[in-house]
Design a protein. Structure first.
Length: 94
């Protein structure tokens, strides 16, 4: 006698959907890192770093884009630090 219903076909998310999400995060990290070099690098840099790290952790097929997004996110923060040192303020303009 079974007290619970048998499991229906419901399982975890299929691997292709998870990989597709990771690929999207890799592309998003690249775009946000690239955009962050121009504007809002204080916000877009850390977001690009986080998206790249999560996409690499999830096993993206676009590892190159994820690494570029990671590098661009770090470059965003480096540009911000250099601009702060040059202007002696937190806000800077071109």
């Amino acid at each position: 006698m079974h007290l619970t219903a048998p499991a229906t076909g419901r399982t975890e998310a299929p691997a292709p959907a998870r990989t597709r999400d990771a690929d999207g995060m890799a592309v998003a990290s690249f775009i946000l890192g690239l955009l962050g070099l121009l504007v809002l690098n204080l916000f877009l840099g850390p977001i690009a770093i986080a998206l790249a790290a999560v996409s690499l952790w999830r096993g993206t097929a676009r590892r190159g884009r994820a690494y570029l997004g990671l590098a661009l996110g770090v470059a965003d923060l480096a540009v911000l630090l250099i601009a702060i040192q040059v202007s002696n303020t937190v806000s800077w303009s071109l």
